[in-house]
Write a protein that binds this ligand. Sequence first.
Ligand code: DQA
Length: 166
Amino acid sequence: MIRILILHGPNLNLLGSREQSVYGTAPLDEVDAAISKLAEELAVAVDIRQSNNEGELVTWIQEARSGYQGIVINPAGYTHTSIAIRDALAAVDLPTIEVHLSNIHRREEFRHRSYIAGVATGQIAGLGPTSYLLALRGLHDYLTAPRKQKKAAAPSPTRRAVRNTR
Ligand code: DQA
C-alpha cells in the first residue's frame, strides 16, 4: 500500500480561529478528517502531522525516506524562509506536493517567494482545505502512473541518436 506523509507547518494548529477571512472556519481536525476519508477512498495510507518547529519538520522529512512514497506539505510561514526544509526535501527526493490554503501569489509580496516550489513536484494554492485533497489525489495519480509521466518528459534514446548524427 502506498504511504504518504502529510505535514502541516506552524500556526496551522490554529485553523478555524486564525484569520478566518484568509483561512476559513474549518479547524485542522476537520481538514484532517477530510484527508483521511479521501485516503481511504484512494486506498493509500496517510500519516498526518503538524509542527510549529522547523527542526521537527526537517526530521520528519528525513525519516520519510524509509516507508513513505511521497509527501504533501503545507510549510506555512516556513515556505518563505526555510532553506533547511527545502534542503531536506531535496535530500529525500520523494515526490512532493506543496499546499497552501490561500493563494500566496495574490497576497503580500513576501509570500510570493516559495523556497519549496523549486524542489516540489507541484504546488496547489488558494482552494482552502480542497488544496490538500487535490494534492493527495494528484500525488496518488503521479505515484500510480510514474512511468507514463517520465516517458513523456524525456526524448527516446533512438531520437537522441538520430539527432547526434546530424
Ligand atoms: C499558508 C500561507 C503562508 O503564507 C502562511 O504563512 C501560512 C499559511 C496557507 O496555507 O495559505 O501560515 O501556507
